[in-house]
Design a protein around this ligand. Structure first.
Ligand code: 5GP
Ligand code: MG
Length: 180
């Protein structure tokens, strides 16, 4: 029987199972384990969506690493077009550090394309992005996502940390919206 969940006014169907997600997490972790030997990376997950991926990813890292969660706040710039995004909660000096931004999903890429230059200004030793999910067809920004767990089609998903109107973050699997 098809696995469906109802959240608010929408229905979602199972898209990526817990075991598929965990193998994608292990694949990202494996690459980071290989690339950061002796480097003590600082992982910076962007709340809220990435909390579950960050937790599972860290459990698979075999090297010394540090963690500092941040939040990306977007607001409408009064005198500019489009949304601005700024990071709050980064109370750590990243100068000279090997920084890995941890994202749940890169969709248009607008959030990261605002945040990365601001971080780069603080002169980290290196700055990379690890995202569990990437929607290549939605990507509008010129952006390199260095570590990608899974590429997915351009459809709205929930679960494994990702929400729809606040609901669904607790689901162990990832679900895709069913058109009504
Ligand atoms: P972007 O700036 O790349 O368009 O996306 C920024 C954020 O939007 C992501 O980190 C994620 O929190 C949210 N987002 C993008 N696509 C989806 C989706 O399909 N489902 C959910 N629940 N959130 C999404
Ligand atoms: Mg996110």
């Amino acid at each position: 029987m098809e696995k469906l969940v109802r959240l608010n006014d929408l229905t979602f169907r199972l898209f990526k199972s817990e075991s598929e997600i965990q193998s994608a997490v292990r694949s990202v972790a494996g690459k980071i384990n290989d690339d950061y030997i002796g480097k003590r990376p600082l992982l910076i997950p962007i709340l809220n969506g990435s909390f579950m991926f960050a937790a599972d990813l860290l459990k698979e890292l075999k090297l010394d690493c540090e963690l500092s969660f941040v939040k990306a706040v977007s607001y409408d710039g009064a005198h500019s077009t489009g949304n601005l995004a700024t990071l709050i909660g980064l109370n750590q000096n990243i100068e000279g550090r090997h920084v890995i931004i941890v994202e749940d999903i890169v969709d248009t890429g607008h959030t990261l394309s605002k945040i990365l230059p601001a971080l780069q200004e603080q002169n980290p030793a290196s700055l990379k992005v690890a995202s569990l999910l990437l929607k290549p067809l939605a990507l509008q920004a010129e952006l390199a996502v260095d570590y990608v767990g899974m590429e997915i089609p351009n459809e709205f998903i929930v679960g494994y940390g990702l929400d729809y109107n606040g609901l669904g973050r607790n689901l162990r699997d990832i679900y895709q919206v069913v058109p009504e």
